[in-house]
Design a protein around this ligand. Structure first.
Ligand code: 5GP
Length: 193
């Protein structure tokens, strides 16, 4: 069992509807020491891959993505879920159904922040049905840039996202893959990697 799986077992909570709550260390209160180890692990897994930018989506992915960007010494860009008046007119957009909010949402990124020369590593805290990651990938490609890979902190392997991402031909690295969760007993089963 790796450091992340141990922490999920210790502090994660299984909620009904296939939701894992990790807000005590990952996406609300953030354990920076843990996220530093996550960043180092992504750096190891994507060693030798050319990466010029990290892309994530607000808000859950930002803390991890900032630290990963620091590990790769590249900038981090996050897609916004609302378009503020001060955002550029020229934007890339993609739609994603939010698993946790259970609504369709539109993601926005200013066009000038992804250039065709970019090799973009997409980072997110969770992978469920692949909506967020695939929407980010479509924005990268619509800018004429390349998806260098997709790095996920926690993949819920019983959902379809992992399969869809691999089928689309992207390299996927998930630091913990959950194959089953029981909200009654709190049991969490990890896939051996
Ligand atoms: P997907 O787009 O792959 O269906 O879902 C991934 C997104 O939904 C992530 O950005 C994450 O914010 C959220 N998400 C999906 N499943 C969970 C979960 O079990 N727990 C939490 N905290 N967020 C989740």
């Amino acid at each position: 069992m790796n450091f992340l799986e141990e922490r999920i077992l210790r502090d994660g909570t299984v909620r009904p509807g296939g939701v894992l709550k990790v807000d005590g260390f990952l996406n609300h209160l953030v354990d920076v020491g843990l996220v530093n180890r996550i960043g180092a692990e992504f750096k190891k897994r994507f060693a030798g891959v050319e990466i010029t930018k990290i892309l994530t989506v607000e808000s859950g992915g930002i803390a991890v993505a900032v630290i990963v960007a620091n590990c790769f010494n590249v900038p981090v860009l996050y897609a916004k879920k609302t378009r503020a008046v001060n955002m550029d007119d020229d934007v890339l957009t993609a739609d994603a159904y939010s698993y946790t909010h259970q609504t369709e949402c539109r993601l926005f990124v200013s066009k000038r922040f992804i250039v065709p020369e970019d090799k973009v590593l997409i980072i997110d805290d969770f992978l469920a049905n692949g909506e967020a990651s695939l929407a980010l990938a479509s924005m990268v490609e619509s800018a004429g840039a390349e998806v260098a890979g997709i790095g996920i902190v926690i993949e819920k392997g019983m959902q379809k996202g992992g399969g869809l991402i691999k089928k689309a031909g992207y390299r996927l690295e998930s630091l913990a893959i959950i194959d089953g969760m029981d909200p009654e007993t709190g049991e969490i089963r990890f896939r051996e990697q």
